[in-house]
Design a binder for this molecule. Structure first.
Ligand code: FES
Length: 581
């Protein structure tokens, strides 16, 4: 098999000279250019992405494995998205990372790729880009941080931040204690150690057969993760020789397995968006409603925050993803393909699986919750659907009809939420709009917005909250998200007024605005006339009119399509038709 990289490094002409000579300035000898598989190590290391801050050193372990297997490793950086650091929201730039990854993989002379990512958007962004090129690809995840420890108790990334922040607002936690807790929460490199989006995506790519077993759960600082990185370096070289491209592994079965696992781990609602976008890259027919059809009845087995009480370190020590896959084997496509090759399907991952703590990973006959999968709700308030994570919701609120209380955008919410005179009761349904893909822009994780202070002061801890936003995978509550179309794209969410009745019925999978259609039609006309500025809620509009923001607003699709760009669907393949010199 002729290696793709030989089109760069194997030529005995001017172009070959240029490609080799400039690489030789790093001290590579002649023989590395003569037919070794070139393995790109696509790294989202950055000190501004603290969850990925150790990936520079983890890359060295991948390189060891590549060299050992007879390959030639070359590490390259791509856009890094630090969920907790970048503004306005990392999701705005997921597609930028995907484009960056796609064009780097295609443009450079490599035969296979190892994706080093971890923090929420880095795994999906890299994988979306890699999918559109379709080389042999393997994922090595950053791994979770060590468990947070505060005053003798476990505290979880994100999940306890929301709790502590509410306690400070209620006056039951001092600011000094709040600051102590922040030091005690993030104690090591690695991603959020709750079942947030990062660990969810790491678990899902393991279940999709795109990473070695245990990739999701070994803590970032565990020596076994370094060994796994080394072994992944070994494996990618073999995958190149086997021509085992992503498209030979991924099928609709892989997506169905991911949905099933997502339900059983109490995974993030963000997985919905990322899997839909990924399916679009692979041209696999896969719809929002598939999450409900395939996953709704699956029980919750993994007892991790935010749906449960343990942390990723506990999940690792209990046996990790292979144990969950074994428990779920009656639901899964156990013959789905994996990076291990055609004779080693998903069932191979569970061969040595053993559970060491059946409270952390519940057996299927003793689940934490039944029917724990994400539910998809539709109705005249969400014609193209919305999602709700019932595993993290208050059961009593799942069948509820009540008046709406509307916030126009996040700034309106922040300015009013602590007002003691806010005319809101605990039975209201809180509505936030202007936080979808186009409206914010970037669809931030504000769907788990705080309760009004006057309601918190009554000891109430949950209310129904509806929005076109996303929410952090570490969050909890009765929260309807991803309402599509969003308000800024002309969705009916823009028409809701405070006092309108809204009905949420999980049994019927319904989200309805109980306002007669002629009234809504009239409101639609008024909205068009007054041209309410839903697209650009801030006063500074220049940033929205040029550059990447403009590209994003003009081309982002709605949440039910994964919020990818309309022009990025599908694949362009790995061929580069023109030389650079
Ligand atoms: Fe990076 Fe949670 S903020 S994984």
């Amino acid at each position: 098999m002729k290696l793709r990289s030989q089109n760069w490094y194997g030529k005995l002409d001017k172009d070959g000279f240029i490609h080799r000579s400039w690489m030789k300035n790093q001290g590579f000898p002649n023989h590395v250019f003569s037919g070794k598989p070139v393995i790109g190590i696509c790294n989202t290391w950055s000190e501004l992405t603290p969850c990925n801050s150790h990936l520079r050193t983890l890359a060295e372990a991948v390189k060891r494995g590549v060299w050992e297997a007879g390959g030639f490793p070359v590490e390259f950086p791509v856009t890094s998205l630090g969920e907790t650091q970048i503004r306005p929201t990392a999701m705005l730039f997921r597609n930028l990372l995907a484009m960056d990854t796609e064009e780097c993989i295609r443009g450079y002379g490599m035969d296979g790729v190892v994706l080093l990512g971890g923090c929420d958007k880095t795994t999906p962004g890299q994988l979306m880009g890699a999918a559109s090129v379709d080389l042999p690809t393997i994922i090595v995840s950053a791994g979770p941080m060590l468990s947070g420890k505060y005053k003798g108790k476990d505290i979880g990334s994100g999940t306890d931040v929301w709790r502590f922040a509410e306690a400070v607002r209620r006056g039951t936690m001092s600011l000094a204690a709040f600051m102590d807790a922040e030091s005690a929460m993030s104690r090591s490199p690695g991603v959020c150690m709750t079942m947030g989006t990062a660990s969810t995506m790491a678990c899902l790519v393991e279940a999709m057969g795109l990473a070695l077993p245990h990739n999701a759960t070994y803590p970032a600082v565990d020596a076994r993760r370094t060994a796994l990185a080394h072994e992944s370096g070994n494996r990618i070289v073999a995958m190149v020789k086997e021509d085992l491209k992503l498209s030979k592994i991924i099928s609709r079965q892989s997506f169905e397995n991911a949905v099933i696992l997502n339900a059983a781990i109490g995974g993030s609602t963000n997985a919905v968006i990322h899997l839909l976008a990924l399916a679009g890259r692979f041209n696999i027919p896969f719809k929002l409603t598939d999450f409900d059809k395939i996953g709704a009845a699956i029980p919750l087995l993994v007892n991790c925050m935010p749906a449960g009480k343990y942390l990723m370190e506990d999940f690792c020590y209990a046996g990790g993803v292979p144990v969950v896959l074994k428990e779920l084997s009656r639901y899964l496509h156990n013959d789905a393909k994996t990076i291990l090759g055609p004779t080693k399907p998903l069932a191979t991952y569970t061969e040595n699986a053993q559970c060491f703590n059946d409270d952390v990973i519940r057996p299927i006959k003793n689940p934490l919750k039944v029917s724990a999968g994400i539910k998809v709700i539709t109705g005249n308030l969400a014609p193209d659907g919305a999602v709700i994570k019932t595993a993290a919701a208050t059961p009593a609120l799942l069948e509820h009809t009540a008046p709406a209380f509307v916030f126009e955008n996040i700034e309106h919410l922040k300015a009013n939420i602590d007002d003691p005179k806010l005319p809101v009761t605990k039975d209201h349904i809180l509505v936030l709009r202007g936080a979808g893909p186009k409206g914010y822009p970037g669809m931030p994780e504000v769907g788990n917005f705080p309760l009004p202070k006057k309601i918190l002061d009554q000891g109430v801890v949950d209310m129904i909250r509806l929005s076109d936003a996303r929410m952090s995978g570490t969050a909890f509550g009765t929260i309807g998200l991803h309402i599509a179309p969003e308000a800024a794209a002309g969705g009916p969410l823009a028409l809701v007024e405070t006092g309108d009745l809204i009905r949420l019925s999980i049994k019927k999978r319904e989200l309805s605005l109980l306002v007669p259609e002629p009234v809504l039609a009239e409101r639609r006309k008024i909205l068009a006339r007054t041209q309410r500025e839903l697209l650009t809620p801030t006063s500074d509009k220049t940033v929205y009119s040029r550059g990447y923001y403009k590209l994003y607003i003009d081309h982002v699709m709605q949440a039910d399509k994964g919020a990818d760009f309309d022009f990025l669907l599908g694949s362009s393949g790995a061929t580069v038709t023109r030389e650079s010199h």
